[in-house]
Design a protein around this ligand. Structure first.
Ligand code: PMP
Length: 348
């Protein structure tokens, strides 16, 4: 019935469910996107030419080894399309990024899901699972939804055990949020090897999830292959303009990074103080376990939702007792902790 008010559903006012940046983009990025609308009648002919030099400058990379996509999901999907097929295997850690199984199914490849250690990918088990059919090994570091990561040493150990005709895809969507001293940015391994590709995004720390811009950094032949199977004009011109301006605003990203670090530490210790278990996270979210069978994650999610706070639950049985909370602004997190606290003590 159109227009009937449903009083059981309150609109979510606090979005802590999709790991977007709660601080939004640089104001310069938003202004650049608006200005680019003036030229919207034209195609953006060559997104790589437009964006790769700015990305290369910002991160100290080689521009010719960068290609742009419609978000990093586009690049992951293209990698899968190019390298997988019947008789091949895509290997991933079992509780990793939820989109990855689709890439195997969509390309008639076998999905090899390797058991992890408390949500952290197990390099030993992944190495043991390598076969002559392994074509892609996918690692997100940090992982989503757990926020775990692999150290540079662990990633290199995995890579060293791989055959040359298999591709190591390192998804570094959350790299800018990492503060672990043994983390190593994946671009070094890309530059030293012929079979490693890194995917990055403007959706997270740059606050441009809706613009849909991501990029891959990899060996010549892989980047060339990705370009050949791209859409003709894959990136919207206002999105490209926003991304270029965002790259130049170092102050904004360093503010977001330090705000995220402070709030991640605060939220983790508040939740632990309430008796909950928090998976140590290097990203802009935390995965929280509700161990008390009378105070379930499902009920906590409902209590939060009833107060306009949306967090994320997952269908997989491994995540049954968990919710994932995006690191929001301090006031949003205080509201979230207050709801969880009263939920746990019984008056929620
Ligand atoms: N990789 C991981 C691990 C993610 O969590 C996400 C976002 N949910 C993506 C890739 C895709 O991001 P985008 O397509 O917005 O770049």
């Amino acid at each position: 019935m159109i227009g009937a008010a449903d009083t059981t559903i309150s609109p979510a006012a606090i979005h802590l469910n999709s790991n977007e940046s709660v601080y939004g983009p640089s104001p310069h990025a938003a202004a650049a996107a608006r200005a680019a609308v003036a030229g919207i009648e034209r195609y953006l002919e060559d997104p790589d030419a437009a964006l790769a030099p700015a990305i290369a400058r910002r991160f100290g990379l080689q521009a010719d080894l960068i290609t742009i996509g419609q978000g990093s999901d586009d690049l992951l999907a293209r990698l899968a399309r190019a390298y997988l097929g019947p008789g091949t295997e895509l290997m991933r850690s079992v509780n990793g990024y939820l989109k990855v199984p689709n890439y195997a199914y969509a390309n008639d490849a076998a999905l090899i899901s390797v058991p992890d250690d408390n949500f952290k990918p197990s390099v030993d088990r992944m190495i043991a699972a390598i076969s002559e059919r392994t074509r892609i090994i996918y690692i997100a570091s940090p992982e989503n939804p757990a926020g775990t990561y692999l150290s540079g040493v662990e990633l290199r150990r995995l890579h060293a055990a791989m055959p040359n005709d298999a591709l190591l895809v390192i998804d570094s969507a959350y790299e800018e949020y990492v503060d672990a001293p043994d983390y190593e940015p994946a671009h070094k391994l890309v530059e030293e090897s012929g079979n490693v590709v890194m995917c990055r995004t403007f959706s997270k720390i740059f606050g441009l999830a809706g613009a849909r811009v991501g990029w891959a950094y990899g060996p010549d032949d892989v980047i060339d292959t990705l370009r050949r199977i791209a859409l003709t004009f894959p990136v919207a011109s206002p999105s490209a303009a926003a991304a270029i301006a965002a790259l130049e605003d170092h102050a904004h990203t360093s503010f977001v990074r330090s705000a995220n670090l402070g709030s991640r530490t605060w939220l983790t210790s508040e939740l632990e103080g309430l008796g909950l278990q928090v998976v140590p996270s290097q990203a802009n979210f935390v995965l929280v376990k509700f161990p008390n069978p009378e105070k379930t994650a499902e009920a906590a999610d409902a209590a939060l939702r009833a107060r306009g706070i949306s967090v994320r639950r997952f269908a997989s049985p491994a995540f049954h007792d968990f919710i994932r909370i995006t690191i929001g602004r301090p006031e949003e997190l205080r509201a979230c902790v207050a709801v969880i606290s009263s939920f746990l003590i019984g008056d929620g």
